[in-house]
Design a binder for this molecule. Structure first.
Ligand SMILES: Nc1ncnc2c1ncn2[C@@H]1O[C@H](COP(=O)(O)OP(=O)(O)OP(=O)(O)O)[C@@H](O)[C@H]1O
Length: 259
């Protein structure tokens, strides 16, 4: 039997009520293990982004605890990379300077950072684009720059909030495959928000289906597939079955049926 992997981060019975009275999350419990990709799937407004922002330490829970088991330090923000739906690049800076930004904020000179910048651009398949400006890049390439920027500090945890939602299907599949390769090569731990059942099954070790707001964990589906995934997995019977099952779970969650 496989050894159980220690969680890198835990949310224990987390509730979040915003100042305006909106209850976004209730009793949300989740452990994220080192090296796994967990995706959050659920109806619009169920609190998926709120979970990521709590994990990133960008805000505090109203009730419950967000913590890194086995770690004594309180502030883990420097160990987290965040990728948003919008690439949020600085339009006046070239690709290399955009990727440099998190290192620059930590006082690392451009010269010292150059090797790491090159490394990250190569990880995301953008060798040779260091001098390009965001306006010269396609949507998929901009997202690759955003991913390189999130990787530049070697984060222990990568949080991705619907990063490929605005891209066309072909680009999206390509980026899905590249993300799987990065996960394998770097052993990255990733929490991924998506609206796409297909994408969640393609990428995840576990899919967490959330209930409507206030969001909680309504169901957890383990995706057992070889690490390579790719087209062979996406055209397999088991892939189709998993997508159908998760669709059903989502439909049940939306209507309040027990799953
Ligand atoms: N800062 C805030 N102040 C008040 N309400 C907020 C705030 N941020 C989010 N909300 C509300 O909390 C709920 C959960 O929002 P959140 O963005 O986490 O959901 P989501 O599942 O990511 O949504 P979507 O799928 O539409 O992106 C929503 O009703 C949202 O309007």
């Amino acid at each position: 039997m496989a050894e159980p992997v220690a969680p890198i981060m835990s949310l224990d019975r987390v509730g979040k009520v915003f100042a305006n009275g909106v209850a976004a999350l209730s009793n949300f419990t989740l452990d994220v293990s080192t090296g796994e990709l967990v995706s959050l799937l659920g109806p619009s407004g169920c609190g998926k982004s709120t979970v990521l922002r709590l994990m990133a330490g960008l805000m505090a829970p109203t009730t419950g605890r967000v913590f890194w088991p086995g770690s004594r330090i309180q502030d883990h923000r420097h160990e987290i990379g965040f990728v948003f739906q919008e690439p949020t690049l600085m339009p006046w800076a070239d690709v290399a300077d955009n990727v440099w930004m998190p290192l620059r904020l930590r006082g690392v000179s451009r010269k010292k950072a150059s090797e790491r910048i090159e490394e990250c651009l190569s990880l995301v398949g953008l060798e040779g684009f260091a001098d390009a400006y965001p306006r010269e890049l396609s949507g998929g390439m901009k997202m690759r720059v955003s991913l390189a920027r999130a990787l530049v500090l070697k984060p222990r945890l990568l949080l991705m909030d619907e990063p490929f939602g605005a891209l066309d299907e072909i680009t999206r599949f390509r980026l899905n495959d590249d993300l799987l390769r990065l996960k394998r090569d770097l052993g990255a731990t990733i929490v991924f928000v998506t609206h796409s059942i297909f994408e969640s099954v393609s990428l995840s070790d576990r899919v967490i289906v959330m209930s409507p707001r206030p969001g909680t964990v309504a169901a957890e589906i383990r995706i057992d597939a070889t690490p390579e995934r790719g087209i062979a997995f996406r055209t397999s019977q088991s892939y189709g079955d998993l997508c159908r099952d998760i669709s059903q779970v989502l439909a049940n969650v939306a209507t309040g049926t027990e799953t």
